[in-house]
Design a protein. Structure first.
Length: 542
């Protein structure tokens, strides 16, 4: 899914709080907040219900009995396990893609997981961030705790060092491996329990631990860790303590048994006695696991859903040559009032300023709900409201606020994006007319319009990014190039001129996934830089 972010790049600086737009966070916040329905990604569907096996359109052979949620969690841990806390090297960075042939990474779960997430990765959103987000959503969807999600991971370009704990290793080796990763012996016990409340051991991968489990309905011979493998709960601990465990790493291996008992069962006993403590402790430790990244990487603050956020905003010429602004407003809340609200009864209004910062009673339009806008969230209540309004192209737009309430009897709240309004630029705009998408190694053409009443255009160019295969991993490489716009003449509006460029997707790369192309536009006008980021992909052939 792509959307257009139009903003005045020159006027913005990095802020501590998440202020829209933020190209590095916007898509991740959307995926975290809206988990089903309009505006959602397909992440949650892959782990719904919690027992769901892999089934995405870009995965390898699927076998019933597998569990996607458990496989994502296992992939994240194995990816993180390369971390060395003494050197700061390794961590959750997508290097697992280069490491799947190692004996410590046996099984198809890793490549299946990478194949699911890789179509969504981009130059702004790393696969390792998507994997971390997937774990957070899977655990919550399986009935587990909310795990903080901090964005900013950077994908590795090579394998990390080996060192994932293996079932046949000694307790001392396990303690040393977890210590290298940054977890002490007590945290090791808890983290293993927090990971083994989902999923199980596959006979096809560990025939010395599991045998006789392969059937037509369970072709990989999966034997679960506990009796509620598809619920994130403390049964891994309660069954261990009361002697009814079905965990193959307890019954047929010394791995979990040795780890769980290494502190005299103190941790597991408390987990068994206090499910709330189990939930809280797992949230903390899994959060630390996901945040274990190379020392060179600085993660952002944990994402919290914005109360009011624009979504899929666009500004373009209509058939009469005037400007048309369209898009959606998302409203999120966690209160009882939010849960009880009927979106059809919620007043939501967009109020904008013209390109000079001027206001008018005419600069307003309602945003309305509709059945197709229905959406849900794991973390609260979410509603969408759409709008479509014509603007005076001579006046344009510079920013807007949203006035809204949960019902018509309540006072309106003004959402102003931290005080300055939601910025929106009208200087460089994508034009569908004349733009087209060529095949690999053939020209694609992009047309934009740039305002002609603001001064000289000293620079205008497009940055396009496409994904290509890279040796040794299923994770795509992101390739970014620039293409300069050339002035081609007037447009249908006296306030804009048309500019055009052509580009070729491939440029010598042997294998290109051309469905994943992101396009940014940049214009420097009278010394000020204006940007239009993540523009819609082209679907019209040349």
């Amino acid at each position: 899914m792509r959307w257009t972010l139009l903003f005045l790049a020159a006027s913005r600086s990095v802020a501590l709080a998440y202020i829209w737009p933020n190209p590095q966070i916007d898509m991740l916040e959307d995926a975290y907040t809206v988990t089903a329905g309009f505006g959602s990604t397909d992440i949650l569907a892959e782990v719904t219900p919690c027992s769901n096996p892999p089934g995405g359109t870009d995965v390898i052979t699927i076998a019933p009995g597998r569990q996607t949620a458990a496989e994502w969690l296992r992939t994240a841990y194995h990816d993180m396990a390369t971390h060395d806390s003494s050197t700061g090297l390794g961590g959750l960075d997508g290097s697992i893609g280069f490491e799947t042939l190692r004996p410590e990474n046996i099984g198809t779960a890793f490549n299946t997981t990478l194949l699911f997430f890789r179509p969504t990765a981009s130059k702004r959103v790393s696969l390792s961030d998507l994997l971390s987000l997937g774990v957070v959503l899977a655990i919550k969807n399986c009935g587990g705790p909310s795990v903080p999600f901090r964005p900013g991971r950077v994908d590795a370009t090579e394998a990390g060092p080996p060192g994932v704990p293996q079932p046949q290793e000694s307790l001392d080796t396990h303690v040393a491996e977890f210590a290298r990763q940054g977890f002490n012996a007590t945290e090791m016990i808890a983290l293993v329990a927090c990971g083994h409340t989902l999923g199980g051991v596959h006979q096809v991968d560990f025939p010395s631990i599991v045998s006789g489990a392969i059937t037509a309905d369970n072709p990989e011979g999966v034997v679960h860790f506990d009796d509620t493998f598809d619920v994130y709960d403390n049964h891994i601990a309660t069954q261990y303590i009361n002697g009814s465990s079905v965990d193959p790493l307890i019954l047929n291996s010394t791995s979990d048994a040795a780890i769980f008992g290494s502190d005299g069962n103190q941790t597991m006993l408390r987990f068994a006695q206090d499910p709330d403590f189990f939930s809280t402790r797992c949230s903390e430790l899994l959060g630390r696991m996901l945040d274990t990244v190379p020392a060179s990487v600085e993660l952002g603050d944990a994402i919290e859903p914005l109360t009011v956020k624009p979504f899929e905003m666009s500004l373009f010429f209509n058939v009469t040559g005037g400007l048309q602004l369209s898009g959606n407003i998302r409203i999120f809340g966690t209160s009882a009032e939010a849960a009880a609200a009927n979106p059809l009864d919620m007043p939501v209004t967009l109020v904008w300023k013209d390109r000079h910062g001027g206001s008018s009673s005419q600069f307003t339009t309602p945003a309305v709900s509709a059945d197709f806008l229905a959406a849900t969230s794991l973390f609260g209540s979410v509603q969408f409201f759409s709008f479509d309004v014509d603007l005076d192209s001579s006046l344009g737009i510079s920013s807007f606020v949203v006035q809204w309430a949960y019902d018509t009897n309540s006072a309106l709240t003004t959402a102003d994006n931290g005080g300055a309004g939601f910025p929106f630029q009208d200087v460089i705009l994508f034009q569908h007319a004349g733009s087209c998408h060529g095949a690999v190694n053939q020209n694609s053409t992009i047309n934009v319009v740039i305002r002609n009443d603001m001064g000289a255009v000293s620079s205008a160019y497009m940055e396009y990014t496409f994904s290509s295969d890279q040796p040794g991993t299923l994770v795509f490489k992101q390739n970014t190039f620039q293409s300069v716009f050339t002035h081609t003449g007037n447009s249908t509006s006296p306030f804009y001129d048309t500019w055009s460029t052509s580009f070729v997707v491939n440029d010598g790369f042997s294998s290109v996934n051309q469905s994943i192309v992101s396009i940014d536009f940049v214009a420097v006008v009278a010394g000020t830089t204006y940007s239009s980021l993540d523009n819609p992909q082209l679907f019209t052939g040349c």
